[in-house]
Design a protein around this ligand. Sequence first.
Ligand SMILES: Cc1cc2nc3c(=O)[nH]c(=O)nc-3n(C[C@H](O)[C@H](O)[C@H](O)COP(=O)(O)OP(=O)(O)OC[C@H]3O[C@@H](n4cnc5c(N)ncnc54)[C@H](O)[C@@H]3O)c2cc1C
Length: 288
Amino acid sequence: MQTSRYEAPGTLAAALSVIGSDPGAMILAGGTDLLVQYQSGLRRPSVFVDVKRIPEFMAIAVDDTGVTIGAAVPAADICAHPIIAAWWPGLVDAVSLIGSTQIQGRATVGGNLCNGSPAADSTCALIVNGAVAAVSSPAGERRIEVEDFVLSPGKTVLAPGELLVSVRLPKPIPHTGDAYQRLIPRSEMDIAVASVGVSVTVDEGGVCTAAQVAIGAVAPTPLRVNEAAAALIGSRLDAAALAKAAAAASAAARPIDDRRGTASYRRTIVGVLTQRVTAVAAARAKER
Ligand SMILES: Cc1cc2nc3c(=O)[nH]c(=O)nc-3n(C[C@H](O)[C@H](O)[C@H](O)COP(=O)(O)OP(=O)(O)OC[C@H]3O[C@@H](n4cnc5c(N)ncnc54)[C@H](O)[C@@H]3O)c2cc1C
C-alpha cells in the first residue's frame, strides 16, 4: 500500500514549494472531507500538506471595507466572531450547519469550497455576499469570485500547484440582510437535498434595491440565480415578489434523482426555501 507523508510548513512559500514539487500532494485543512476520502480509498495523496501552521491561513482580518477569512480558520471560530455574526448572519446560519460541534472545531470554509461539493453549506452564503477567493501559486496571486470557483462536483478552478489562501467578503451596505437554509432528510448531520442563500438590501421605504440569490444541491455546482434576484429588486419583498423569485429558483435548478430526493422534489423544495430564506433576509435587512 502506498504510504503518505505529512508536512506542516510554517509559511505560504514553503507550502507552495511542497505542492509545486510533488503533483500527488494535497492540502489538509480540517481534514473532515479529505481524511474520510483517504480512509475510503477515494484519495491517496503522496503528502498531506497541513496549512494550519501558516498565520495568514488561520487569521480573520477585519478592516473598514470588509473581512478576510483565512482558508484554514475553523468553522467554530467563524461562527463565534462578533463582526462576522453582525455583518453576515446568513454566513453564520450556513457555517453553523456544517456537521456537528465536533466537526466545526476542525472543518473550514476553505475546505468546504475546495472540496467542490454542490451541496457545500457555506458556498451559497459566500456567493450571495460577493465573496472573492485569494489563490496563490509560485506564479503569484489571483482572485476568483466564489460563484466561479466550483466547476463540477469535486472539481474547482484550482490548477496544479495552486492553493486557496483566504476568502474576502466586502462589508455590507446599511439595510442589507442575508440568510441561508437547507433541507436535509433527517434533523442533522446530513447533506442538503436543496439549499438557498439570499442577500437583500432595502431602502428607507422598504423597497428592495439589491438582491442576490444562490441555490445549492440542485445542480452540478452551487448556482447564482439572477432571475430570482431580479424578481425581488424593486419590490417590497411582498408575497408576490417572493413567489416570483421562488419560481425563478425552481426553474434554474438542474437537479438529479438520488436517494435523498427526486429531481422534482428538489425543484419544489428549492422554491419553498427561496421564499422562506428571502423573508428572513428581508427582516434582517429592515432591522439594520
Ligand atoms: C460527519 C460529517 C458531517 C459533515 N456535515 C457537513 C454539512 O452538514 N455540510 C457541509 O457542507 N459539509 C459537511 N461535511 C463535510 C466537511 O466537513 C466540510 O466540507 C468541511 O467544510 C471541509 O473542510 P475541511 O477543512 O475539513 O477540509 P479538508 O478535508 O481539509 O479538505 C477538503 C478538500 O479541500 C482541499 N483543500 C482544503 N483547503 C485547501 C486550500 N486552502 N487550498 C486548496 N485546497 C484545499 C483538500 O485538499 C481536500 O481536497 C461533513 C463531514 C463529516 C465528516
